[in-house]
Every structure is written in C-alpha cells, then in structure tokens.
Design a protein around this ligand. Structure first.
Ligand SMILES: Cc1cc2nc3c(=O)[nH]c(=O)nc-3n(C[C@H](O)[C@H](O)[C@H](O)COP(=O)(O)OP(=O)(O)OC[C@H]3O[C@@H](n4cnc5c(N)ncnc54)[C@H](O)[C@@H]3O)c2cc1C
Length: 419
C-alpha cells in the first residue's frame, strides 16, 4: 500500500501484543498508523499471561484422549479444567467442533501451522523490541516441564513426539540430577524436561506498554475508544466506527483478541471464536523462585519468575467473555503452591482473570477479509499469543503495506471456515 501524506491512517483495533506489534511494524514500513483500544495498551489478555516465549508449544489442547478425560475433569475440582454450567448451551456448537480436532493427523496439521509463527519467538521479539526500550524485558530461557516422575512424563509422550517432529530439543533430568538443577522444587516432583532455545518476558504488561510508548514517541497516535463496527464503500474499508465517531482509515486491522468476533459482521466470514478463560495469581517478594519458567504438568499451570514477584498462571475455564472471575480456579492455584515449592513465603498476593482468543481449530486468523478490501484480521492465538504476537504483527504489516510475505499464509486464512 502506498500511502500519500493526505491519506487517512491505518487503524489498528486492539493494543494487545498483536495490535502493538502490528502498529510498530506498520510504522517501520512508513505507514501513518493509529492504534485504538477501549482501555489502553495491554489492558486485555496480554497483561497477565505467563510471560513464556513458548516456541515449542505447537501442541494444541485438543490432543487424542481429551474427549475421554474431559467429562471427569470438569467434575473434579483437583483438575485444571472448569466450566460455567449456565454457559454450556452457548458453548456447545463451538465445543463440538473444537473436540473434533482431537485426532493425531489434525494435531500434526495444527502444529505445522503454528510452527512458522512460534518457532523463532525469541528472535522475533528481539527484532520487534529493538530500539524501543522494551528489550530489557526479554531474556533467553529454557522452558521446563516438571513431572512427578518418568512415568508421568511418558504419559505425555504424544505431545513430546509432536515437539520433536517440529525440530524442538530438550534435556531430561531425573531424581537428584533434577533437584541439583533447580533445588526450589518439592522432592515429589522428580522429573523434568527442559526445552532449549526459549525466552521469557519479565513483565508482559510493562513490555507491551513500553512498545506502545515507543510507537507514540515515533509519531504514532493512540486513541482510547471502543470500536463497534467497520465502515466500507464499494467493498473497500473507509473507516472505523467507535461509540463516539467514525474515524476515517485507509486500512483496518482487527486485533481485538477474544473480543474480535462482534467486529466481523460485514467482513464475509464467520469465525468460530471462543474465550478460553485463564487465571493468574502473583506472589510478591517470594522467598524463592524457579530459575526458569516451569510448567507443572500435573496442574497444567506455569510458574514464571517476574520482576519482584512469582506469577503462577494457567487453567482453562469455559464461561464466555461477560461473567466475572470464579473462585474455584484461583483456589486450585493457591492450593498447589506448597505442593510445588514447600515453605514458600511471600508478602502479598494478587489475582487476575484473562481471556485467550480461541478459534475452534486452535490456529490464529491472519489475513484480509473476503468481503471488505483493506480490512485485515489478526487474532486467535489461544495459549501462545505472546509468543506469536511479534511475528504476527510483522506479517500483518507486510500484508497491509503490500510487501512480500515469505511464509505460506493459507493455514491462517479467515476463509477456512466458510467451506
Ligand atoms: C493465564 C494465561 C497464561 C498465558 N500464558 C501465555 C504464555 O506464557 N505465553 C504465550 O505466548 N501466551 C500466553 N497466554 C496467551 C496470550 O496471553 C494471548 O494469546 C495474547 O495475549 C493475545 O493477545 P492479543 O493481542 O490477541 O489480545 P489481547 O491482549 O486480549 O488484546 C486485545 C485488546 O483489544 C482491546 N479491545 C477489545 N475489543 C475492543 C473494541 N471493540 N474496541 C477497542 N478495543 C478493543 C482490548 O482492550 C485489548 O487490549 C496466556 C493466556 C492466559 C489467560
């Protein structure tokens, strides 16, 4: 896209990691760019995630065996899956399609689609943050999966095979070798697989806010407003309608995470998108922290060292976008703390609920709308949006500016659900 000086800006809706990365890459491509968020940068899910640049997380939640396990899990309060029962009728059509992906060949297809967006995440984030002041939040890391014992690890063999097929490598530690590696963990956790070449963000909210500040300092504009529709003429986008006004634009990018669906009504595609709710608790001034971001496999949550605090994040809860936080997932996390790190002490605890944007096939939607030229979509990164957000923003800026895109974009097509 060649933008003349008098042309309206590219409008990006949503200032989470995907929207902010898109804004920075559009700005670097020389485009006049406007970022719109109803509550300011990093006010959504990008604020409270576990901070892992989880390149190897190409394995979706929908693995073989889930259908047999899930009903028991939602009734068992010691399992990390929760359901707001009153939401079940609304959820059912999405859930049926979601569970249809629990087949080995479908998992392989999803992993192949996620890999180009996730696998170089440390470098992608370094490239995004370069010269922004946000570099200080990025560090190289291993991503450690902590198991009760080797048999427990072996029960996850399917996922590890998928990671290996996608080129990821890890070191296995057992017994004393593991406890010497990271002495913080309880002796009952006796096995770990440490995946190489990962990264972490020491404060995801501050990171995205610093990136947004850099965008503004370089002449980008940030507007706080709620967008409720796109406006077009003759099949081409011309504006973004907020609750207050219509803002003219030369292109628009919907990067509103789990809240993107209501903005798609004129775009010619119906994307089956749900919110996979997740939670974190943070322990300030902890007496001990794991050395690396650590996934506690039995509870399916991550413990990540952050600036001045330990963040414990995870859970999957189905309950939509409107209902407030529930106690059960928070209590689940709290009850686990001393099972994982005995004797841990802290001064203050905070709690947070977030909404992962989850398309029914666990593959993000990245591409131009079929029914409105110049309207683009970039959302649906489910559990790995921080990891893939940097790359996604770069891809979207290439699409918007008409630069060549070097990866095959077909897997992310918004049209794939129209069949
Ligand atoms: C507990 C938990 C742990 C996680 N851990 C990790 C992890 O370790 N690594 C990882 O890679 N991913 C992780 N994730 C997933 C990751 O956080 C998300 O995939 C990612 O943040 C999504 O980014 P986004 O930019 O698409 O959406 P968001 O960050 O949600 O941003 C969307 C923005 O759009 C704005 N918005 C919405 N509607 C409108 C509107 N109508 N008008 C204007 N603005 C609007 C919102 O205010 C929000 O700021 C985790 C998620 C959870 C819940």
């Amino acid at each position: 896209m060649n933008q003349s000086p008098n042309q309206p800006p590219v409008a990006i809706i949503g200032a989470g990691i995907v929207g902010v990365s898109t804004a920075i890459w559009c700005q670097r491509a020389g485009l006049n760019t406007l970022l719109i968020d109803r509550a300011g940068p990093a006010s959504g899910t990008s604020f409270g995630n576990a901070g892992v640049l989880a390149s190897a997380s190409v394995v979706p939640v929908t693995v073989p065996g889930l259908i047999a396990k899930a009903p028991r899990m939602v009734f068992d309060k010691t399992q990390p899956l929760f359901l707001n029962w009153s939401y079940l009728p609304t959820l059912m059509p999405w859930l049926t399609r979601y569970l249809s992906h629990c087949k080995p060949e479908t998992v392989a297809r999803i992993a192949n689609a996620l890999s180009p967006i996730l696998s170089n995440s440390l470098e992608d984030h370094r490239a995004l943050a370069n010269g922004t002041g946000a570099e200080k939040y990025i560090s190289p890391a291993e991503y450690v999966y902590v198991y009760n014992d080797r048999a427990h690890f072996e029960s996850d063999r399917f996922g590890w095979q998928v990671r290996a097929q996608n080129g990821f490598t890890w070191t296995e530690y057992e017994g004393d070798a593991w406890h010497q590696q990271d002495p913080v963990f309880a002796r009952s956790l006796n096995f770990a697989a440490s995946v190489h070449n990962h990264g972490r963000i020491s404060d995801p909210g501050c990171y995205v806010q610093q990136l947004a500040r850099h965008f503004e300092d370089n002449g980008g504009k940030i507007v706080q407003a709620t967008v409720d529709d796109l406006v077009g003429e003759n099949g081409v986008v011309t504006g973004v309608r907020t609750t207050e006004e219509t803002i003219p634009c030369s292109a628009a990018v919907i990067a509103a995470g789990a809240w993107s669906k209501p903005l798609l009504s004129r775009l010619g595609c119906d994307i089956p998108l749900e919110a996979e709710r997740g939670y974190h608790i943070e322990l300030y001034e902890p007496s001990a922290m794991p050395a690396m971001p650590s996934m506690i496999a039995s509870g399916k949550f991550v413990m990540t060292p952050m600036d001045g605090r330990l963040r414990i994040a995870g859970m999957v809860e189905f309950g939509g976008l409107v209902a407030g936080a529930n106690r059960a997932p928070i209590e689940f996390l709290k009850n686990y703390i001393h099972q994982v790190i005995p004797e841990l002490k802290w001064t203050e605890m905070t709690e947070w609920l977030g909404h992962r944007p989850a398309p029914v096939d666990s593959v993000p939607v990245i591409g131009e709308a079929p029914a409105m030229k110049g309207a683009f979509m970039g959302f649906g990164h489910q559990h790995v949006g921080l990891t893939g957000g940097a790359k996604t923003g770069q891809l979207l800026a290439q699409l918007v500016s008409g630069q060549p895109v070097v990866i095959d974009m077909a897997p992310y097509s918004p049209l794939r659900f129209n069949k």
